[in-house]
Ligand binder design. Sequence first.
Ligand SMILES: [Zn+2]
Length: 228
Amino acid sequence: MVEIVQIGSPPIDVHLRRSTRARRFSLRISNTSGEVSLTMPKRANAHAALLFASDNEGWLRQNLEKRPKQVVPVFGGTLLLDGAEVLLQQGTRRSPVLANGILAVAGQEEALGARLRGYLKTRARDRFSVTAQGYAQQLGQEVSRITLRDTRSRWGSCTSDGNLMFSWRLAMAPVSVQNYVAAHEACHLIEMNHSPAYWRLVEQVFPDYKNQRNWLKTHGSLLHRYVF
Ligand SMILES: [Zn+2]
């Protein structure tokens, strides 16, 4: 379990990571996700960590501000997959191969964006066709068709004739978030609105929906930083 503390205003989330090897506090900003983590000795107390992070708030804000607004994937760089960073490497196989945190993609770097787009779309299709169908079944409903798009304003949608749409960028989000969006849209097969009755339905099939919804609110923009 990762503890999260917040410093300053607007708040910066700092993820506390305890390590048996750490001898002192150290702060790091992830290149890909912009996540701030503070590595600390196993037995150090969280309050001391919070003070350390607060002392470095100026440095943190400066560096968070300096981060590029857009990320173009390159070999040697990283990509988010199911919420975790994977290293991009040049590969030889026709389809990208994922193993041990490395995604090997064939072709030249100019083609990398297009290949990753295809790869994310396939992963999203594979996942949502299983999960959305599963949640629909729990609700006694049927999904007609699933489409994947690149949408900015919404992560998914549902039509009255049972077609569901999802953003393929969700393939970069944690699995729990992807599952929540699948459940969210499946519930719209019954309630085409966001009424209290609708949210009761969501809670029934996906009790932990609030955390996943918050993740999208706070981190959703990360998924749009990538230019493919
Ligand atoms: Zn909705």
